[in-house]
Design a protein around this ligand. Structure first.
Ligand SMILES: [Zn+2]
Length: 405
């Protein structure tokens, strides 16, 4: 702990001395529009910056994820923040162009500052600090700037980890807004398709057919009524919601012969794919429907096609897990107080990085997660600077803990 305190003191001092640079860097990144599937220009810019900052190695995979390494210590941490953002939104609603960030009362305002460019900038400066303070012998920090998280969380980091299978982290740090809490888990998710078939017929002679849309109504109602799903004591109950209905019909004067219902299922207790389908069985049988887990296909900005099953289990680490404990120590060494530990309500890239690979993960990020995607996205410069210090300190805390063990 004493060693960590010394390290954290140096990091904080370095970060405070580079605060203006961090602010300028963050705002410059925000000026480069990088909505999902259009991240190329921002990735190229950030790659050049990582090289300029003395990262030991910088790579871009075939999907377009960027990953840079600072340090070469035996303890390997992969810290991920996504570079894509949702659409900027209407400047009228913001009161200014959200791609031209403003500083108002010590806060940076604009699209992406909370979700997730503030976190990404803080990680890059954490890596830079480790290099410049010659602390990079203690740990290896891989900073990944992943793409398309807003649309298909988990999918693109999976492609990156599979392509760069030589990178074998001991710990994952997922950098997303957490209101400065240390995050130890979140629910998983699945998209379930349910197909109801009837018989198409001209609407003027509907008696000749069977309207699949009307036939599917009890199924939709039953899914909506399904509230008593398995509950985890920390993550809470699972949920299921109907999110789309697709009618297979050639014209608007035909009763549809086939309907596909999509439902978003949030998973709390590590249920299997089969369990998710089985719990719907009584309702499916009632209307002769079949159900399956969706597979989605996306094409990234580089033109690479990625296929991903829409099934990611939940993840949760016990509060006394070494990864959670070292994150808490790293935070405390910088901020002088112990953090609160909690869970996220939303899904992040940790659904793959921890949920599927099983590598112990922790989440942390500056900013209010309730501001994500809103026209009030803003982050205090003090919080941004502190978060950069916390990231570097958490990496060293974990490395020191490994040494002690
Ligand atoms: Zn995000």
């Amino acid at each position: 702990m004493d060693q960590l305190k010394v390290y954290a003191g140096k990091i904080r001092e370095w970060m405070n001395a580079h605060r203006q640079e961090l602010v300028d860097f963050t705002m410059e990144m925000m000026r480069i529009e990088s909505t999902t599937y259009h991240e190329g220009e921002a990735v190229a810019w950030l790659k050049a910056k990582m090289e300029e900052f003395g990262f030991d190695e910088v790579r871009v995979d075939s999907a377009g994820n960027l990953i840079g390494r600072a340090g070469s210590g035996p303890c390997i941490v992969l810290a991920d923040a996504h570079i894509d953002t949702v659409e900027p939104g209407d400047p009228k609603d913001w009161g200014f162009d959200p791609l031209d960030p403003r500083i108002i009362d010590g806060h940076i305002w604009g699209r992406g500052i909370v979700d997730d460019k503030g976190c990404l900038a803080a990680l890059v400066f954490a890596g830079r600090a480790l290099k410049q303070l010659a602390l990079d012998h203690a740990a290896t920090l891989w900073v990944s700037s992943s793409i398309a998280e807003e649309d298909v969380e988990g999918s693109c980091v999976r492609a990156m980890m599979e392509e760069f299978s030589d990178i074998q982290p001991h710990m994952i740090l997922v950098a997303e807004a957490s209101g400065n809490r240390i995050i130890r888990g979140h629910k998983g998710r699945a998209l379930i398709s349910m197909e109801v078939t009837g018989k198409a017929a001209h609407a003027s002679a509907a008696w000749r057919g069977e309207n699949a849309l009307i036939k599917s109504l009890p199924l939709m109602q039953a899914v909506d009524d399904l509230k008593d799903l398995p509950e985890d004591p920390v993550l809470g109950k699972g949920t299921i919601e109907v999110t789309n209905v697709d009618c297979d019909t050639p014209s608007l004067n035909t009763i549809p012969g086939k309907v596909t219902i999509t439902a978003d299922r949030r998973i709390s207790c590590g249920e299997s794919r089969e369990a998710l389908i089985d719990e719907l069985k009584p309702f499916l049988d009632g209307c002769g429907a079949k159900a399956w887990i969706d597979v989605e296909q996306i094409t990234t900005y580089t033109g690479k096609t990625i296929e991903q099953e829409d099934f990611f289990p939940s993840w949760i680490l016990p509060e006394d897990h070494p990864v959670i404990q070292s994150a808490c120590s790293g935070y405390q060494a910088v901020r002088g107080e112990s953090p609160s530990v909690g869970t996220w309500d939303f899904c992040t890239n940790a659904c793959y990085l921890c949920g599927i690979t099983g590598i112990p993960s922790v989440g942390f990020g500056p900013g209010d997660e309730g501001l994500c995607h809103s026209t009030e996205e803003r982050l205090s410069i003090q919080e941004l600077t502190d978060a950069a210090s916390v990231y570097a300190s958490v990496v060293l805390s974990y490395a020191l803990q490994g040494k002690d063990a």
